[in-house]
Design a protein around this ligand. Structure first.
Ligand SMILES: NC(=O)c1ccc[n+]([C@@H]2O[C@H](COP(=O)([O-])OP(=O)(O)OC[C@H]3O[C@@H](n4cnc5c(N)ncnc54)[C@H](O)[C@@H]3O)[C@@H](O)[C@H]2O)c1
Length: 249
């Protein structure tokens, strides 16, 4: 049985890594997809993979770090499918600097892409979800939003913001059957962490209880669960942690 049959889903950052894996998993479960990314080439690759799985797919090339870009994917979903059932706010970026060296531009860029986009897209989707009394918003945070990370004050602050936003919005809309939750992955082998040295990765893997990084296809099933019925029905304002044991709340 396809647990997301005919659900209309927006996935941001679908061109790569975790977003692409969620897109493929949703396609396999029968969802109709609106995939968004600022990288047109990689977005097209994901779209082809999802169509090969039998899904209906529209693409939206947009920078979610702008208000217009964050709204565009939701608007496109409504235009193509007549509404939106599931919003996965996954797009994100990672830069690194000691706080003492962090420029205000780096700080603002991080907040725009990793936090403000979540608010703007969610706000755009909410009227549709509230009117139909069914919706799922899934925000991809990070375990660093819980435990923090040296040289990542801006990233950790943005992701902690996503978790706080998730809980607060969940309190506002759960009674309308709009369920808002977060996923806080641990280290996952994607291009996002491609720039990190092998030495650091080996040391980090050794300190993980599981002894290894995850891969994107091991995160995507959590996003399927949260969007599905009845599996996702009782999750409200939660932050689920596919994180190799890095954080145990
Ligand atoms: N990889 C990890 O270890 C890890 C751990 C915890 C959380 N996360 C989070 O998971 C999410 C996905 O990360 P990933 O590892 O798959 O990264 P990735 O770099 O593989 O993919 C991110 C995708 O988002 C897109 N994107 C980035 N900024 C965008 C913007 N402004 N507008 C539109 N698209 C944009 C990129 O083009 C890319 O396709 C991010 O929010 C990230 O912070 C990743």
């Amino acid at each position: 049985m396809n647990v997301l049959s005919n659900r209309r889903a927006v996935i941001t950052g679908a061109g790569s890594g975790i977003g692409a894996a969620i897109a493929r998993a949703y396609a396999a479960e029968g969802a109709r997809l609106l995939l968004a990314d600022r990288d047109a080439t990689r977005l097209a690759e994901t779209a082809i993979a999802c169509r090969n799985l039998g899904a209906e797919v529209f693409e939206c090339i947009a920078d979610v770090g702008t208000v217009e870009g964050a709204q565009a994917s939701v608007d496109a979903c409504v235009a193509h499918y007549g509404g939106i059932d599931i919003l996965v706010n996954n797009a994100g970026m990672l830069t690194q600097a000691r706080c003492v060296d962090l420029s205000i531009e780096m700080w603002n860029d991080m907040l725009r892409v990793d936090l403000t986009s979540v608010f703007v897209a969610s706000q755009r989707a909410l009227p549709h979800m509230l009117a139909q009394r069914w919706g799922r918003i899934i925000n991809v945070a990070s375990q660093l939003g819980i435990k923090g990370g040296a040289e990542l004050t801006h990233y950790a602050a943005a992701k902690a913001g996503v978790i706080g936003f998730t809980k607060s919005l969940a309190l506002e809309v759960a009674k309308d059957n709009v369920l808002v939750n977060a996923i806080a992955p641990g280290p996952i082998e994607t291009p996002l962490v491609g720039g990190i040295s092998e030495t650091w990765k080996r040391a980090k893997s050794a300190e993980l209880p599981l002894g290894r990084f995850g891969v994107a296809d091991e995160v995507a099933p959590t996003a399927v669960l949260l969007a599905s019925e009845p599996g996702g029905n009782l999750f409200v304002g939660q932050t689920l942690g596919p994180n190799s044991g890095d954080v145990m709340p």
